[in-house]
Design a protein around this ligand. Structure first.
Ligand SMILES: [Zn+2]
Ligand SMILES: [Zn+2]
Length: 127
């Protein structure tokens, strides 16, 4: 004799199979990777319950990729290219101890460029 519960389950299973056969697609039970909610989908590759969750996952992924791609840089001691002072650099491109030093470095570069442009032949031997 079949228990009422088992009968109910088997009947339910049949009706589910029925549905499946009718619309021709298989429903997948999935757990959303973002919010952890269980959801049903016809798409086997779907991993998020909603557009919001997939969007959030996409943004998080971009953030993670950005962080992974960033060069790891720890503060290090550098010598200023202008005044020769030692300073702690927190940026991998920083080469001068202060704004005024980087400013004077830039103007020195400009002066150098200007000098190269005019490039007057230097007379070395003037007897
Ligand atoms: Zn979700
Ligand atoms: Zn300096």
């Amino acid at each position: 004799m079949v228990s009422p519960l088992a009968e109910m389950i088997s009947r339910r299973r049949v009706s589910m199979d029925d549905k499946r056969a009718r619309n021709g697609s298989v429903k997948h039970e999935k757990t959303c990777l973002v919010c952890g909610k269980n959801f049903e989908t016809f798409y086997p590759n779907k991993t998020y319950c909603s557009y919001e969750c997939s969007n959030k996952a996409h943004l998080d992924g971009m953030k993670a990729a950005k962080e992974a791609g960033r060069p790891t840089f720890t503060a290090q001691d550098r010598t200023c290219g202008v005044c020769g002072k030692t300073f702690k650099s927190h940026h991998y491109r920083r080469r001068y101890c202060s704004a005024s030093c980087s400013k004077s470095a830039i103007s020195a570069q400009h002066a150098e460029k200007k000098r190269q442009r005019t490039n007057k032949p230097v007379v070395l031997h003037e007897n």
